[in-house]
Design a protein around this ligand. Structure first.
Ligand code: ATP
Ligand code: ATP
Ligand code: MG
Ligand code: MG
Lengths: 256, 256
C-alpha cells in the first residue's frame, strides 16, 4: 500500500535532504514509483535533483495554498520513477500566509490525497523547524523518518521532536508512527559518533535502522552536480549505505 | 561602543551555535563583557554553556513576550565576563504567539536596549529559519555574523539570507550591516571545501574573515561537557581558530 513519509528533524544540517533524495532514488531504482515533496524554502532537494530555479512552476507553495492541484505541480527529475514537487522562494512566506487560512494544518494532507493512487512512496523533505510547514507534513504523513547526526547537539533535540510527533498523533493524526531513525554522518574514527549511536540504540531499540550512513565527501559533492550520490558515484560508501537502507526499509515493511 | 551581533543563517547545522559560544568566550577571555542571547528553541547554546534545563528561568521567551526584563532573565555561565539569556522550551511557541502582538518585530530590540549600558558585545544565536525569531534578532542587531559551512547546499542559501538582510535594512533597521562571514568546518583535504571558500571570497571579498574554522572533533565533543571548546581543549585546532577569529574581529573593529 502507498506510504507517505515525512523526513523531519528540527535540528539543522543532520541529513534530512540528503536522506530524502538518496533514499527516494534508491527505491525508484528497484522499481518503486516515488514522489519527493520539497517543503523547505531553501529548496535543497530540488537543487540536489537538478531542477533549475526557473523551471519549478508553482511548486509546494501552490499546493499548500491550494492554487494548484498535485498534477499541476509535479515535475520530472530525469530519473525513472522519481518525481518531485519542487520548492520555490514563495514558500518562505507560506507559514505566515497559512496562519489565517481554514484548516491551516491539514492543507498538505488534503493536497496529497491523490498521490496515494499514483505513487508507492511519497517523501516530504521538511525544513529545520517545528513550524506550520513541518506540522503540515506530520499530519499528511503515515510515518516519520528521523535522520539523526551522530553528534551531541543532535541528540538533545530528539526528545523535543518525539514529543511533537506524539502530540500530533493524539490531536490530528492517530496513525502517525515512526518509520525509523537513521544515524547519519557516522565517523567510526571518532568516539563521539560511537557514543551517540550507542545512546540512541539504547533508548530507542529497533526503531533505529541497523544501516548507518557514513560521513563521505562524495555525498556532499553530488548536489553541486544536481544529481543524487547514487548517480554521481554509485560505488562510494555513502551510495552503498543508502542502497542498503532502502533494502532494510523494504525488508522491514514486508515483515510488518 | 557596545555592539549587538546576530549570528544567523537559515541553513541548518552550519555552526551558528558553535560560533556564538566560542567567539563570545574568546572575547570574554580578553576582558570584554559579553552576553549571549539564545533565541533557538533547541537551546543548544544554553546547553553548550552548561545551563541545566531546570535552572534557566524565564529566558529569552519571557524577554520577547515582555513578561520579564533583561535583568531578570540573565544567567551566569561560570565563565568570567560571559553571561547568557537562556532558551526554554516555551520559545518553540513564541513565533505563533508573537504574530498577534503589537510591534511583533521590534520586541527584542526594545528588550535589549539596556544591554548596551552593561556589555561590550551581545551575540544572538538564531534558529535555522528566517521566521519571526530571526527577524527580531536582525532588527535588534547592529550587524550580522554569518557562519557558512564549506558545503554546496550552504552556499545556495547565502543569497536568500543576504536578500532578507537587505530588505530589513530598508524597512526596519537602516544601520544593519554585515559584521562578517565565517567559513566553518573547513577541511583542507577535500576539494569541495576549497572550492566553496574560493567561491565565497570571490563574491564577497573582505566581508569574509581570513580566519577559517577547521573541522575538528574536539569542537563537537565540548558541548557534551557543557563547556566551550576553549575550556574543554584550549590547544585544539578549533579553539585556536576561534581565538584567532576573536582577534581578527577586534582588529577589524579598531580599524573601522
Ligand atoms: N553522509 C554524509 N557524508 C558527508 N556529508 C553529508 C552526508 N550527509 C549530508 N552531508 C552534507 O551535510 C550537509 C547537511 O546535510 P543536509 O543538507 O542533507 O541536512 P538537512 O538536515 O537537510 O539540513 P537543513 O536542516 O538545513 O535542511 C550538506 O552539505 C550535505 O551535503
Ligand atoms: N569546527 C567544527 N568542527 C567539528 N564539528 C563542528 C564544528 N563546528 C560545529 N560542529 C558540530 O557540527 C554540528 C552543527 O553545528 P551547530 O549546532 O553549531 O550549527 P548550527 O548552525 O547552530 O545548527 P542549527 O541550524 O541546528 O542551529 C554540531 O554538532 C557541532 O558540534
Ligand atoms: Mg534540508
Ligand atoms: Mg544552533
Amino acid at each position: 500500500p502507498p506510504r507517505i513519509i515525512a523526513v523531519a528533524n528540527q535540528k539543522g544540517g543532520v541529513g534530512k535532504t540528503t536522506t530524502a533524495v538518496n533514499l527516494a532514488t534508491g527505491l525508484s531504482c528497484v522499481g518503486k514509483r516515488v514522489l519527493i515533496v520539497d517543503l523547505d524554502p531553501q529548496g535543497n532537494a530540488s537543487t540536489g535533483l537538478g531542477l533549475p530555479r526557473a523551471a519549478r512552476g508553482g511548486g509546494s507553495y501552490a499546493l499548500l495554498l491550494g492554487s494548484e492541484s498535485l498534477g499541476d505541480v509535479v515535475c520530472e527529475t530525469g530519473i525513472e520513477d522519481l518525481s518531485i514537487v519542487p520548492s520555490t522562494t514563495d514558500l518562505a512566506g507560506a507559514e505566515i500566509e497559512l496562519i489565517d487560512l481554514e484548516e491551516r494544518t491539514q492543507r498538505l494532507a488534503r493536497a496529497l490525497a491523490p498521490a496515494r493512487r499514483i505513487y508507492d512512496y511519497v517523501f516530504i523533505d521538511c525544513p529545520p523547524s517545528l513550524g506550520l510547514l513541518t506540522v503540515n507534513a506530520l499530519i499528511a504523513a503515515d510515518s516519520v523518518m528521523v535522520p539523526l547526526q551522530c553528534e551531541f547537539y543532535a541528540l538533545e533535540g530528539l526528545s523535543m521532536l518525539l514529543g511533537t510527533i506524539e502530540r500530533l498523533r493524539q490531536t490530528h493524526n492517530p496513525q502517525l508512527e515512526i518509520q525509523g531513525i537513521v544515524l547519519t554522518m557516522y565517523d567510526g574514527r571518532n568516539k563521539l559518533s560511537g557514543q551517540v549511536a550507542a545512546d540512541v540504540r539504547g533508548h530507542l531499540g529497533d526503531k533505529v535502522y541497523n544501516t548507518m550512513i557514513p560521513r563521505n565527501v562524495r555525498v556532499s559533492e553530488a548536489p553541486s552536480h544536481g544529481t543524487p550520490a547514487m548517480f554521481y558515484d554509485h560505488r562510494c560508501a555513502g551510495s552503498l549505505a543508502y542502497m542498503e537502507l532502502a533494502g532494510e526499509m523494504l525488508r522491514r515493511e514486508a515483515g510488518r
